[in-house]
Design a protein around this ligand. Structure first.
Ligand code: HEC
Length: 125
């Protein structure tokens, strides 16, 4: 699922409330493993790609972000609010993250914002 989010037309610094919420959610739920912004360069785990690196170097970054919930290793610890709980015989190895569709939309808006800032996406795409 790829959600396309409209961002304001002023290029580099377009900041929408949705993208700001996405940044906060990314810091809360993704920064444990990924570097999600310039200001948290020293978080994350070194084996996990930063959001910026993925946007800059993966041609299909948009598709990957649009489906991150289904991509490894996320199904082991992130699930959609309302989905069945994890089966008890599969213990979570780390604290589970439960996201709503609105949360995911905000995170993708933040990632889109980052892509616009990096010149990898047109503001109105
Ligand atoms: C427990 C650690 C962890 C957390 C928390 C985490 N990720 Fe990841 N993520 C990873 C690792 C490790 C990879 C690299 C997987 C690989 O290379 O196969 C990855 C890969 C990705 C990818 C690329 C997927 C692909 O198949 O190319 C995206 C997009 C992504 N993460 C987004 C997110 C978002 C958004 C969040 C927060 C909602 C998040 N991740 C939370 C560990 C994590």
């Amino acid at each position: 699922m790829v959600l396309l989010i409209a961002v304001q037309s002023s290029p580099a610094k377009a900041q929408t409330p949705l993208a700001e919420r996405g940044l906060a959610l990314s810091k809360l739920h993704c920064a444990r493993c990924h570097i999600v912004s310039e200001s948290d360069r020293f978080t994350g785990t070194s084996s996990t790609p930063s959001f910026k690196i993925m946007i800059e170097f993966l041609k299909d970054w948009e598709e990957r972000f649009g489906s991150f919930m289904a991509r490894n290793p996320h199904p082991a610890h992130i699930r959609l609010d309302g989905d069945d709980p994890r089966p008890e015989h599969l213990p979570a190895t780390i604290r589970e993250v439960i996201l709503s569709l609105d949360d995911i939309e905000a995170i993708l808006a933040y990632v889109d914002q980052m892509a616009v800032d990096l010149g990898k996406k047109q503001p109105d795409d």
